[in-house]
Write a protein that binds this ligand. Structure first.
Ligand code: BDR
Ligand code: CA
Length: 313
């Protein structure tokens, strides 16, 4: 089984990514690290623990990570994820947010990567602050991990961002961190908005979960996100950005990829957090990122529904 650390800013689609990871039965989840992002860190920890409790996987440790970006002020995404980050779902579930291991998430990442050299995959579905801090503290980390799969950025469809016209939320929310990661030499696969926005779960898809343990949760937590997507993008459903990123680790053939040099804009007010892909090799640099060009969204949505249906819960 593939050894994994999942880094989250839970978040509605982060919650669904956690469910896909724990229910796949194919990933050895060493722990979940948390980061400030969609909502402040305390909420992220609370939401992550609630999701694990709902899945009956409370034995998976949740690690406390960065509570703010490296340089900029925190920026949250309440309009997409609701005030609590989960559209009000699992409101009555009680968890102890103080009961977390006494190790900072970036240190946990370093420790595990050192222990499992060449075997550990990091799945990053929030801002890249924890990983950047880890790389700064231990540059050898870049040579220890097997791969880092990141939900973030947009490369082909400049102008169609979800935070600025040029920028995607996870990169925008800590572009300095992303810059550190992209320049570190760590093996990177970028599951960007270009492909994630094509993986739409519709109300009809959700109805396929009727009668299962996760039906109410998926329906309830996505309601606010589906409403937002309909009002802003005219979509009937919502995009499974973070679950697709887990999906790509479970089945890399879901996407077609190619390698290029990609850099992150950190100086411009107009395009802060833009991921710029040098398709024409004008900068003459070695590729540093495997980007996703196409996705088989139908196959992914089926995988997602099937996994949540076939659970022992
Ligand atoms: C990303 O931003 C967050 O709002 C989602 O959880 C996802 O990780 C999409 O741009
Ligand atoms: Ca996220």
């Amino acid at each position: 089984m593939e050894k994994i650390i999942l880094d989250v800013d839970t978040g509605i689609d982060d919650a669904l990514a956690i469910l896909l990871a724990v229910e796949s039965g194919k990933l050895d989840l060493l722990g979940i690290t948390t980061v400030n992002g969609n909502v402040p860190l305390d909420y992220v920890i609370k939401n992550t623990k609630k999701v694990l409790k709902h899945a009956g996987k409370e034995s998976i440790n949740v690690y406390k990570g960065a509570n703010r970006p490296i340089l900029i002020e925190p920026f949250h995404e309440y309009s997409v994820h609701g005030d609590d980050g989960m559209g009000g779902a699992l409101k009555s579930v009680e968890v102890d947010t103080e009961d977390v291991p006494d190790i900072f998430a970036p240190d946990f990442i370093i420790e595990q990567a050192k222990r499992h050299q060449g075997e550990l995959t990091l799945i990053m579905v929030g801002p890249l602050t924890n990983l950047a801090l880890a790389i700064r503290k231990e540059p050898l980390l870049a040579t220890w991990v097997k791969q880092v799969v990141v939900m973030g950025g947009l490369v082909s469809e400049a102008g169609k961002g979800n935070t600025l016209p040029t920028s995607e939320f996870n990169i925008y929310a800590d572009a300095e961190a992303a810059k550190i990661v992209f320049h570190s030499g760590i093996p990177l696969k970028l599951v960007s908005l270009d492909v994630t926005k094509k993986t739409i779960i519709t109300s009809k898809d959700i109805e396929k979960l009727k009668g299962t343990h996760y039906y109410d949760f998926v329906k309830e937590c996505t309601a606010v996100y589906r409403k937002y997507s309909e009002e802003n993008y005219g979509i009937n459903g919502c995009a499974l950005h973070d679950p697709l990123t887990v999906g790509v680790v479970l089945d890399p053939t879901l996407v077609k990829t190619a390698s290029y040099f990609v850099d992150v804009e950190t100086k411009s007010e107009l395009s802060y957090g833009q991921t710029i892909c040098d398709f024409g090799n004008l900068w003459g640099k070695e590729p540093n990122v495997e980007i996703c060009l196409e996705v088989d969204s139908e196959r992914f949505i089926s995988m997602f529904i099937k996994t949540l249906k076939n659970t022992n819960n």
